[in-house]
Design a protein around this ligand. Structure first.
Ligand SMILES: [Zn+2]
Length: 426
């Protein structure tokens, strides 16, 4: 089904999209467990109600809370350098960990393998890489390889001159781990190996762990049957920036889409469930709780998850289709019919909430901007540069128009089409 003809125009004329992006950024980076996250969740609950016209259902989410009390790095000779602890980093002893720093470059599995015998007892140094390209090695994999090979610390150097990098260690509550922090590329340069050997550094990290609570915000717009499309975006982020591209852009876009389609959904075959998750940056915790709470029948009723994460900060939009090859012709046809270019990238990427749906057998994709474009602003994600000035209104409108087209088409696709989406490519 084509999108109701007035919807693209309503989205283009929607002045709230930029206003909501700005309001979400005003709360700060929204690290889960902070006042910034709590206030942003409250705001999104109010705006979701206004946009959808239906009350917000809040599902409580308990998770392993964590906060950093202190993070220091001392370079050879004792010179201090800035560092930013990765989310859920382990603490060091009070005096810190002093060890040689082994620089493994990008930190690919091959680099870890080649240095396998030299890692135990040392601090591993790797690079943060462009996340939105094929073949990227996720920070979490590097962290796990360092930990498993006996490293006593983990440093990751950011891509932007003069800037730290943030991110999560991916460590769950109760898991083994090592102290971990992001640093600037210049600091990494000062830790380079020389003829005299590996540089020696001291890392001090103090943390606190506690049981934390957040929620998942749900808004249900029923259709003609009990089939559903889940439109999702995560609200939380990191405390070094405004988390504007990742993911105020997805939240503002989802709100604009719902505002524009809300008058039509009751006439559609399937209904829409709008879901805002938190603790996404904590190994996808919010959506993991949500998907785990669904019965098999409920899982089967969800025909598709459309996950908006970092939908501005680059000109072109890509669908990460999580192995669901059967979904791709439908997405491409819908994009073309609505005059938009789209690329599909198939391997399952565990980089946002769609992954939890996909792992439960629910067709799911992430819409993302700037994929495979090293010059796109999305390269600033997780650095202090993820600010609202990296997002344009035109990008948000384009993402919202395409998402609305996907939503209308998926809510009205015949069951025979929807069952093709569930086919995983072998
Ligand atoms: Zn994200």
């Amino acid at each position: 089904m084509r999108l109701p003809p007035d919807v693209p125009g309503r989205i283009a004329a929607d002045r709230s999209i930029l206003e909501e992006l700005g309001a979400i950024c005003d709360f700060g980076g929204r690290l889960a467990g902070t006042e910034s996250e709590r206030q942003a969740m409250e705001y999104v609950a109010r705006r979701g109600h206004l946009a959808s016209g239906v009350p917000c259902t809040k599902l409580p989410v308990s998770y392993g809370g964590w906060r950093a009390l202190k993070a220091e790095l001392r370079l050879p000779g004792g010179m201090p350098a800035s560092c930013h602890p990765l989310v859920r980093s382990m603490p060091t002893p009070a005096e810190g960990v002093t060890a040689e720093v082994i620089d493994l470059g990008r930190g690919t599995p091959e680099e870890f393998e080649a240095h396998r015998q030299e890692i135990a007892g040392r601090i591993v140094l790797v690079r943060h890489e462009l996340m939105f390209v094929a073949g990227t090695v996720h920070r979490r994999r590097k962290y796990n390889m360092a930990r498993d090979l006996g490293a006593v610390g983990f440093l990751i150097a950011g891509p932007i001159a003069g800037a730290l990098v943030s991110g999560s260690s991916g460590r769950s509550e109760g898991d083994a781990g090592i102290p971990a922090a992001g640093i600037s590329p210049e600091t990494a340069g000062l830790l380079a190996r020389t003829a005299a050997g590996w540089a020696r550094a001291t890392l001090v990290v103090a943390t606190e762990e506690y049981s934390a609570q957040t929620s998942t915000l749900l808004f249900d717009l029923p259709g003609q049957t009990d089939g559903t499309i889940v439109l999702s975006a995560h609200v939380d982020g990191h405390d070094v920036n405004e988390s504007a591209m990742d993911n105020a852009s997805g939240v503002a876009t989802a709100l604009a889409v719902i505002r524009a389609v809300e008058p039509y959904v009751h006439t559609w075959q399937r209904g829409v469930r709008l879901a805002f998750f938190s603790a996404e940056e904590w190994a996808l915790t919010g959506s993991a709780h949500y998907v785990a709470s669904l019965s098999d029948v409920e899982k089967h009723r969800i025909a598709l998850n459309i996950n908006l994460d970092t939908v501005a900060g680059g000109e072109r939009l890509t669908a990460l289709t999580s192995g669901f090859g059967g979904l791709e012709p439908f997405l491409l046809e819908t994009a073309e019919a609505n005059g938009q270019a789209l690329r599909c990238v198939r391997p399952l990427q565990m980089n946002s909430d769609h992954a939890n749906f996909a792992l439960a057998g629910i067709p799911a994709f992430r819409l993302v901007a700037g994929y495979d474009n090293p010059c796109a602003n999305v390269r600033f994600v997780l650095t202090p540069g993820d600010l609202r000035n990296k997002v344009t209104e035109a990008e948000l409108i384009k993402a919202a128009q395409l998402t609305a087209a996907f939503l209308a088409a998926s809510c009205n696709a015949p069951s025979s089409t929807a069952s093709q989406w569930r086919e995983l490519s072998k």
